[in-house]
Design a protein around this ligand. Sequence first.
Ligand code: NAI
Ligand code: MG
Length: 351
Amino acid sequence: MEKKIAVLPGDGIGPEVVAAAIRVLKAVGKRFKHDFEIAYAAIGGAAIDQFNTPLPEETIEICKQSDAILLGAVGGPKWDHNPPELRPEKGLLQIRKTFDLFANLRPVKSFPSLLESSPLKKEVADNVDLLIVRELTGGIYFGEKKRTEDGASDLCIYSRKEIERIVDNAFELAKLRRGKLCSVDKANVLETSRLWREIVDEKKAQYPEVEVEHNLVDSVAMKLITNPSHYDVIVTDNMFGDILSDEASVITGSLGVLPSASIRGDSFGLYEPVHGSAPEIAGLGIANPAATILSVAMMLQYSFGMKEEAAEIERAVNAVFEDGYFTRDLATDKEKALTTDEWTDKVIAEI
Ligand code: NAI
Ligand code: MG
């Protein structure tokens, strides 16, 4: 198969972890006989420095001509005092909006060899395999904001269509997984939540193979750390999803192993690690590339339908951990930590 991928390395450790992930992608291409064509483009601080905008037209054009986007991370102290229009994060928000990427997928899966790094008890963090599906382009973050003399307000609006498309997406994903969907809301107090709940119940008939539960967000916030293995797919709105996905990210113990995808219901998508640009370790060659490598696996699965290839990357990453090889962030014996490139070589050797 021939696929074109837009690669946006960004700032800080972005270029390092992206380079590692592209090496793994090439190894998969060689082994499974796929032709991956790569087109590099600028985003974030790097784009501000070069083009005086966090998301140049040229980058949008390159993404439009591609089948998927791989992104590193954006931001750093160099741009922290820039005006709002010239902030690196603006590039990220704009790209999600330009391509209408309304569903953010964050899988959290425990690696048996990393249980020591989890703040949770081993037996709680073990056997976790969940996927948070967060609505990304609507809700309170995008509603009208007002400041009055005696206070302030943020409006939360969801259209039926916005809820239907994210809920459909979550049902489809649950079908491909263990067939369990937990819809999270605050239907006891919020009208948008009551509509959300109604739509999930309407849709249920179309997906008889999926078992559905409704849960209030405060209760899920507790259960997510007391019994995370209970969950398969969790679907929720923008703000609840933001908070719950960060909460869930600590279960496995390291930001350096968490991938994400932002999709829109067709095969196009944007794939990126959950972590940021980690400026304090940028350029040292010690960043953990696992999250970006696993983001490539998500790309193969969700955008290209390459299930076997995606599973092979996950298997290889897990095998390298099992063999006791870690980058600095995860190594208990820092002396024995591998560099970004050394660790990536181990993954490629597995593949
Ligand atoms: P961060 O995720 O960059 O770093 C948090 C901590 O985790 C740091 O100690 C860092 O060294 C470590 N870390 C993160 N990724 C790692 C990896 N792959 N390997 C080893 N260690 C890793 O978050 P922080 O420090 O809050 O933000 C730093 C910059 O990144 C800021 O400018 C922020 O705006 C930006 N950022 C960008 C995001 C994106 O591009 N999607 C997301 C989050 C933050
Ligand atoms: Mg967040």
